[in-house]
Design a protein around this ligand. Structure first.
Ligand SMILES: C[S@@+](CC[C@H](N)C(=O)[O-])C[C@H]1O[C@@H](n2cnc3c(N)ncnc32)[C@H](O)[C@@H]1O
Length: 442
């Protein structure tokens, strides 16, 4: 849909949008700005800003389009909405979070993003600001305005609302798209589990937690390729000399920047908005994190933010091929390798790559999914495809997938952690791992 049509839809719904110093603002009667419209506006903010500037005969914008794209943009300037005022507000927010004990509470619960049910159960037992912070920042619940104001400074609320990340009504505040997780000592905003509208936005899962654990103690010049929320960059930043993040989805900018501010790394980290397979990555790195889109599509349609290609390794392989690595550097990656229970994950591509780059590579399967007609895992995969926007019903996608698997010898997909380092004896070692079980035992 052209941006003009989106603007017309907004106007028809009585939602007024305008530009204010590079920030998209809106006003709407209660209930008019539906989650679906908000999602569209959030994803296509840059396009709308261009249009609004044109309509007011203003200058051309400098930010790249952050709207839905067939694939990532080649490269783009940094779309920063960070002002000194926001900087100060986030500093105050950080202090308030510490004072109310949320970081400690999340760390104690091991809340890597998969235990929301435990947290929801704990919430009524807690009182005061900790309960408010948990409800508002972790569980995406409505919180009365006065309570919310004790946790989130008004300047930050204003910013989140302008960015489409928070909504207010007469009674309160809610952050429907966000969830604060504790990621190895860092607080990071990621995509809310329950917010289904944009399943690829701000991805964070148990594989992220597993990769982050490997990155603790990262040294030297560090790279977070496919950075998304910046979770891995922030882990590395604790011990790194410098950190570079590369992410193509400019719609993530408000969240990633907020995370860097929250960790007090905004001024030191280098954020590159662009295609990880094309941007200039500069000097060699000592530690590299790669969490590429790795969903195996088996040839079906998936959005580019999640699509790892037919075998799930296309983007990962291309990313690994071009990473500049220092002689004693290390690469840590997540992978979702297809294969079979008889032969394990298929790593022929990785063996080629290891020879090409003179790397010694170790693969640790952390769990596996059964790709068998009718199996619960196959249904779950079909449902994920449908959730990601693949056409059809879970039944039809399940049937398509199982027809594609039949006769290929593929009956498993393996969630894996991968480590690579330069070596005179290049090759791949696959360590014994879980044959069957949850995708990520992390
Ligand atoms: C699995 S998520 C990364 C999650 C995060 N790094 C972590 O470890 O939790 C993959 C990210 O890659 C981004 N992406 C996809 N294709 C890309 C490309 N060609 N260049 C840069 N980023 C890309 C997506 O927008 C998405 O944010």
């Amino acid at each position: 849909m052209p941006a003009e049509d989106l603007l017309a839809r907004l106007r028809a719904a009585d939602v007024r949008v305008w530009e204010d110093g590079g920030v998209l603002r809106y006003s709407a009667p209660p209930g008019a700005f539906t989650p679906e419209l908000r999602h569209e506006v959030f994803r296509r903010k840059a396009e709308l800003l261009v249009l609004l500037r044109k309509l007011t005969n203003s200058v051309e914008p400098s930010a790249p389009s952050g709207g839905p794209q067939p694939g990532p943009a080649a490269t783009g300037p940094r779309p920063s909405g960070v002002t000194p005022r926001l900087h100060r507000a986030v500093e105050e927010f950080r202090l308030r979070l510490q004072r109310c004990g949320l970081p400690m509470f999340l760390a104690a619960h091991g809340a890597s993003g998969t235990r929301d049910a435990d947290l929801a159960a704990a919430s009524p037992e807690l009182g005061g600001r900790l309960a408010t912070a948990l409800d508002l920042l972790v569980l995406s619940r409505w919180v009365p305005a006065a309570d919310a104001a004790a946790v989130v400074p008004p300047e930050l609320v204003e910013h989140l609302v302008a960015e489409g990340l928070a909504e207010t009504d007469r009674d309160g505040l809610r952050l429907p798209a966000l969830r604060l997780v504790e990621h190895h000592g860092q607080l990071v905003f990621v995509h809310a589990v329950s917010w289904a509208e944009v399943p690829c936005f701000g991805y964070y899962g148990p594989d992220s937690a597993g990769l982050g654990r490997l990155l603790l103690g990262a040294r030297g010049r560090c790279l977070d390729l496919f950075a998304s929320t910046g979770a891995q960059a922030l882990v590395m930043a604790g011990t790194a000399r410098e950190v570079v993040l590369v992410e193509a989805d400019t719609g993530m900018a408000p969240v990633t920047e907020l995370n860097l501010l929250l960790a007090d790394r905004f001024d030191t980290a280098e954020l590159i908005w662009g295609d990880a397979l094309k941007v200039d990555l500069g000097e060699p790195f000592d530690t590299v994190s790669v969490n590429a889109p790795m969903m195996p599509s088996f040839g079906l349609d998936l959005p580019w933010r999640a699509d790892g290609g037919p075998d799930g390794c296309r983007i990962l392989e291309a990313g690994l091929r071009r990473v500049p690595l220092a002689p004693h550097g290390q690469v840590f990656a997540d992978a979702w390798l297809i294969g079979s229970v008889a032969h394990g994950p298929s790593v022929a591509w990785l063996e080629r790559l290891a020879r090409e780059r003179s790397w010694s590579v170790t693969v640790v399967p952390t769990g596996s999914t059964r790709l068998e007609p009718g199996h619960l895992d196959a249904w779950a995969m079909a449902e994920t495809f449908v959730g990601y926007g693949a056409g059809g019903s879970p039944q039809s996608v399940h049937d398509e997938l199982t027809a594609l698997w039949r006769g290929t010898g593929v009956d498993r997909s393996f969630a894996c952690l991968v480590h690579a380092r330069p070596s005179d004896e290049p090759g791949v070692t696959v360590l014994p791992g879980a044959a069957d079980g949850p995708g990520w035992r992390l």
